[in-house]
Design a protein around this ligand. Sequence first.
Ligand code: V47
Length: 354
Amino acid sequence: MENIINKIKNRDRITQEEALKLYDLELLELGDLANSIREEKFGKKSYFNVNRHINPTNVCKDICKFCAYSANRKNPNPYTMSTEEIVQIAKSAYSKGAKEVHIVSAHNPEAGLNWYIDSFKKVKEALPDIHIKALTAAEINFLSQEYHLSYDEVIDKMIESGVDSLPGGGAEIFAEDVRDKICKGKVSSRDWLLIHKKWHSRGKKSNATMLFGHIEGREDRVNHMIRLRELQDESGGFNCFIPLVYQRDNNYLKVDKFLTAQEILKTYAISRIVLDNIPHIKAYWATSTINLALIAQEFGCDDLDGTIQKESIQSAAGANSANGLELETFVNLIKNSGFDPVERDSLYNELKRY
Ligand code: V47
């Protein structure tokens, strides 16, 4: 262990096996190591943005066992917004200060390709300054299969219609055996990475998530991080890594043991140490709870996502995030936990210090 600790202190890269061993380190010692890297890069700054999540349809042709959001037997409440509704929501968010709309849907085979693409076009026409972060690699894979388009063709259409960056969703956990059990039929890990690589090759940025705390093991988590680190070495387009804590309600995935706060904090800290080439680590408070996200600031995380305003995916599975957080509340929580809230844009340019 001493050897690994020295490597981290010297800022040498650690291997997958060494990363796995870090779970055996005492929590606060691991936290200190991750925190020293965070402080070296960002001091006490904690980034967030004023954003609005929009989830325009929950009709989905895939059945991911962890998902409580898509319309199915447990959530028999299908909806699909019109493009006008989507534009209205974006306009209203913009008038309340949102700089970004994060638009992620289910894989709806009835909506049509133009419904997806037109909504971006119309939001951009109405609000040329707003940053559109839209379509996960899983949605791109769905559109490609459904409409017989290559990934490049879908990406061309997205860029033409005003999409600025890709969110990190759909990555789940890269280990194919686990993927088969929790989201069989969804984009493969290889293609998830390929789509991001293609996106980065256009000079565009994206994020990467990891869904953990279900049936995966620690090995799967560190392997997921290493595969992201490898792609980032090649393409350099990931802005941020977001470990998403699994929420257990209203879905079909039976999980006997849930994560302790210790295990969540260790996973954040290890991701900060392993991902030496991805600048930001986000504690997405909608899945970790705001309380743990505030503590995670001392375990390597420098980003708390944002005010969100409305959230449908995690809250459907039990998270306390449906209505987001007021800006003032959010800023005060960060300040009172000893960090400096920095409002950023979607590409991490600093907009305002509080
Ligand atoms: O990919 C679904 C996850 C993701 C559950 O890029 C669940 O900045 C926990 O990707 N428990 C979509 N998570 C959300 C997402 C995201 C969120 C915030 C910021 C960014 C970003 C991206 O939600 C899906 C899936 O992994 N999810 N069900 C659940 N029960």
